[in-house]
Design a protein around this ligand. Structure first.
Ligand SMILES: C[S@@+](CC[C@H](N)C(=O)[O-])C[C@H]1O[C@@H](n2cnc3c(N)ncnc32)[C@H](O)[C@@H]1O
Length: 337
């Protein structure tokens, strides 16, 4: 099977999938995401949501949809910001999009007012969508450069064990792409479909989408398939369904797919630039002044979110907006239009 099929089954199999069986967020789990590093992350996303809603003319009602809400930490931090903006919380209809029944149950208990959906329906009223670390769950097929061109990387059985192999024929559609012998390339139909679905929803409903993830901001080669369990890396073929499998978000591909649907797309920005634009420094100072005993811990959290050696530059941000809506905290990529 293709790498994308393998990863999808490992993550979302209805019985044995990683996200079906495990709730593995945080220090005690398998991986930590930015909302779990610090409340400042979700608050900055909350400010983006509030300012976007204001730029839309404060529509009431409007839908706030989160894709892949995990344990709900990001949404709780956003809602704390929304509670401080006059009229926003009462105008908001909360929509959660979550394929894992285990996580849906946790989210339903935390947000009893939320409606669950399989996608942010297009044309159902003004819409703001957010997704943190969702693109990296949407898998990519992989190709390896041989003498004759790019061969698809496949997962199969060898002596009764899972093994990687290469297709005998070359993938014609990748032939024009440059590469050295042994180079990897990734191509994610799932990330492209996701970008098209989101762009169509934003375009027809009016509103904006914000995606944050680790990944590339320029097209290139590389094998980014990674398995994590208890914060350690494993062979992706070990213990299918027990480890979190991810691949980098392909932001240039996501941007291109969305732009083709007719939304305005932002430049791909680093997480550090975005959080700074939304005011994380002022928030750090305010929290430290109010909790002097926590100042060092807050500084460590800030460093983890912002530093180029940590999440600051590996994580990227992109937004799409419907026609005429200003971009908040990001620049529209007009050069690419
Ligand atoms: C790495 S967690 C991130 C959780 C949360 N956004 C955070 O930042 O802590 C990935 C989330 O995306 C969900 N997810 C996985 N595959 C998905 C898909 N195909 N569509 C939508 N959500 C998906 C997972 O179940 C989980 O809620």
């Amino acid at each position: 099977m293709s790498i994308a099929d393998y990863v999808s089954r490992c993550l979302l199999d209805p019985i044995d999938g990683y996200y079906t069986k495990h709730v593995a967020f945080g220090e005690a789990g398998d991986f930590i995401t930015a909302p779990l590093v610090s409340q400042m992350f979700g608050e900055m996303v909350g400010i983006w949501v509030a300012e976007t809603w204001a730029a839309m003319g404060r529509p009431s009602p409007f839908r706030l949809a989160e894709i892949g809400p995990g344990d709900g930490t990001l949404m709780s931090d956003i809602l704390r910001v929304a509670d401080r903006v006059s009229g926003m919380r009462s105008a908001m209809q909360l929509v959660l999009i979550e394929p894992s029944p285990t996580l849906r149950a946790i989210q339903a208990a935390r947000f009893p007012e939320a409606r669950f959906a399989t996608a942010p329906d297009a044309g159902d009223g003004p819409l703001i969508v957010i997704g943190n670390e969702v693109l990296d769950c949407l898998p990519a097929n992989q190709y390896v450069r041989g003498e004759a061109g790019w061969h698809e990387c496949l997962v199969g059985l060898s002596d009764g064990r899972l093994a990687f192999g290469l297709s005998a024929e070359v993938a014609e559609q990748l032939t024009p792409l440059p590469g050295q012998l042994g180079d990897f390339r990734e191509y994610s139909p799932a990330q492209r479909r996701f970008a098209v679905m989101l762009a169509q929803a934003v375009k027809t409903s009016g509103g904006a989408a914000l995606l944050i993830d680790y990944g590339r901001d320029t097209p290139g080669t590389g094998n980014t398939l990674q398995a994590l369990y208890r914060h350690q890396k494993y062979d992706p073929l070990d213990a299918p369904g027990e480890h979190d499998l991810t691949q980098w978000a392909d932001f240039p591909a996501v941007a291109g797919a969305a732009r083709a649907e007719g939304v305005t797309v932002s430049r791909i920005t680093t997480q550090a630039q975005f959080l700074r634009a939304m005011g994380i420094e002022a928030r750090l100072d305010a929290l430290a002044a109010r909790n002097p005993g926590q100042a060092e811990k807050l500084q460590r959290q800030y460093h983890r979110l912002m530093s180029p050696d940590e999440m600051g530059e590996l994580f990227k941000v992109i937004a799409f907006t419907s026609a005429g809506l200003p971009m908040i905290g990001l620049e529209a990529d007009t050069a690419a239009d």
